[in-house]
Design a protein around this ligand. Sequence first.
Ligand SMILES: Cc1ncc(COP(=O)(O)O)c(C=O)c1O
Length: 440
Amino acid sequence: MTEKKRDAVALDADHVWHPYTQAEGAPIPIEIVAGEGAWLRAADGRRFLDLISSWWVNVHGHANPAISAAIARQAAALEHVIFADFTHRPAAELAARLCRIAPEGLSRVFFSDNGSTAVEVALKLAVQYWRNLDQPKRKRFVALSGGYHGDTVGAMSVGASSGFFAPFSDLMFGCEFLPYPDTWEGDNEADEKEEAALDAARRVFETEGEATAALIIEPLVQGAGGMRMCRPAFVQRLADLARAADVLVICDEVMTGFGRTGEMFASQKAGIAPDMMCLSKGLTGGFLPLGATLCRENVYDAFRGEGFARAFAHGHSYTANPLGCAAALASLDLFDAGQWKERCRAIASGHRAFLDGLRGHPRIRRRRITGTIAAFDVDARDPGYASAIGATLKQKFLDRGLLLRPLGNVVYLMPPYCIEDGDLAQAYGEITDVLARSEI
Ligand SMILES: Cc1ncc(COP(=O)(O)O)c(C=O)c1O
């Protein structure tokens, strides 16, 4: 039988290797055939409400017609062109628009393919920046404990404490991890945790500042590390300490970018102006893989000069792919035209009422919200990403038509902004009901 005639799930079982999945004992993947708004439709007719924006990429809804049409128009005109020696309108316009909406001072865009490459680019830029300025000793990185920045080797190195990368420990370069003062509703120790983290930062910058290229953070919310949230004032004070030590500040906004925290970028919500910012995921509205690393003009300037040795020897075949750029421009048009901030506020207030309703639940801990992201921990004997409760809850949610993918014992919601209030209210009710049952 030819492949065209075989069932997709059977072909998948024979030939596909899925990400972040233990194939042994894994449930059969659900074949999705269509999407509309916040809904996904499976081949067998079931519908799922996407409460996690499909790995945090979707913002305006699935198969959004304006973005689909923009991609189709671009594909009919120019699908791709090498991005060295050539340019094209979608990339140039997108770069300019990103700089206009980005935190102040970010004026240059280096395109790549995904979130990990956006981070990898930022790390490499930081190292070569200092080398080009005749300070080659500045090549170390400081990061926040529990942060996650992607799966390539550099990104793993600065995310090593997330706990995902044990098999690769010998491949990674060293990184200084500061304590992360994550906080939640009713946390009485937030001030102390922040002071301890800032003291640690002071010590690190005092002793190793001159060997440090950059501080990299996920501003306000650590995503894959368990939707751990911190307060804006902490981010601000940490960035100030880095600045005072002449250390570059890299904001990894791959997850937090494009409105997730209620502002376009979490750095803006935190009130900081980073030297570099990494974007991907929501950049194309969730349609196509594209990464962007934004930087200040002084970073760009450090790479100018005589000879190729000062230039940034980095690029990907699909750098600034026109289809991805066209999708990103269409997504930005939707942001410009739409009431996304109002939608984000409505989602945040829905989240609040939902989490308030879980107060007093004997197994729910650490309820927290930042913008459109709500999270809580479920008490578990084996807390962490591999916690058994994660798989149990995921299945129970799927059985009720909800796409939620707990990070171990951390349940979180991060819906696309187009989600209907009624659908969200229904989902809150279903989740509350699942959690009320004794078998979880
Ligand atoms: C903060 C952050 N940085 C980087 C990445 C890596 O992005 P990608 O999966 O597109 O490589 C992720 C992915 O979840 C992320 O959340």
